[in-house]
Design a binder for this molecule. Structure first.
Ligand code: ADP
Ligand code: MG
Length: 213
């Protein structure tokens, strides 16, 4: 199934809504082991993206990702601004000239996540948003060729939730939470929770599209 950038308008708005609905919880998670601003950073970025969502959804995929990446880099603060900016810019580079389907999307997401790892000098298991994004990119890549889109989306949601939950017992070795050393254990990472919420909301939009045929 080919996916057009028109879907970006609905997915950006869905991500914005789910973060609004869970803002206090995400803020609390970052207050526990970070500096408490993560949800504000994410909200700022999503607000700018939502304002431009109609225009962005009219662009080609690679141009749309690049625009989203540049907006994230310039408008969001904190570690997450440059990380999400890096994600989208790398996705733009990978999607140049490709017909867009789930395989192309999974390739772009893997490229984006690899770029984030380089930018953050981080890997899986360090109690960050990457503990959601890496397994989601991998599950997409492993199943995109065979699965029906709805089955793929359900696997993506389950993987994102497991990844988010897995951060609770991890020791933070990157970002502000790493300053707490052992005291970081026992808390879910705020970036992992916000990423999981956005991924599940985006997957739900696509599941609705599947149902609508
Ligand atoms: P800051 O830590 O600069 O205040 P945010 O609060 O916006 O930035 O984002 C914090 C989140 O960013 C963390 O919860 C974690 O998921 C993620 N993060 C922090 N540092 C890194 C890193 N080096 N690599 C990947 N993710 C990181
Ligand atoms: Mg913070």
């Amino acid at each position: 199934m080919q996916i057009t950038p028109l879907i970006l308008e609905k997915t950006i708005r869905a991500a914005n809504d789910v973060i609004e609905q869970n803002a206090e919880e995400v803020a609390e998670l970052d207050r526990a082991i970070g500096d408490g601003d993560h949800v504000i950073n994410i909200q700022r970025g999503l607000k700018v993206l939502a304002e431009q969502a109609t225009d962005i959804s009219q662009l080609e995929w690679s141009v749309a990702w690049k625009k989203m990446g540049m907006l994230c880099m310039s408008k969001i603060g904190g570690a997450s601004g440059s990380l999400f900016g890096t994600l989208f810019v790398a996705m733009a580079k990978d999607s140049n000239d490709k017909v867009f389907d789930t395989l192309a999307f999974s390739s772009a997401l893997l490229a984006g996540v690899e770029a984030m790892k380089l930018r953050g000098k981080s890997a899986a298991g360090e109690k960050t948003m990457l503990d959601v994004l890496i397994p989601v990119a991998v599950v997409l890549q492993e199943n995109a060729a065979e699965d029906a889109l709805s089955d793929l989306l359900i696997k993506v949601k389950e993987t994102a939730i497991l990844g988010m939950e897995s951060t609770e017992n991890m020791l933070a070795t990157k970002g502000r939470a790493s300053f707490l050393e052992e005291r970081s254990v026992g808390h879910i990472d705020a970036g992992a929770r916000s990423s999981q919420l956005m991924i599940c909301a985006i997957a739900d939009v696509l599941l609705q599209e599947c149902e609508a045929g």
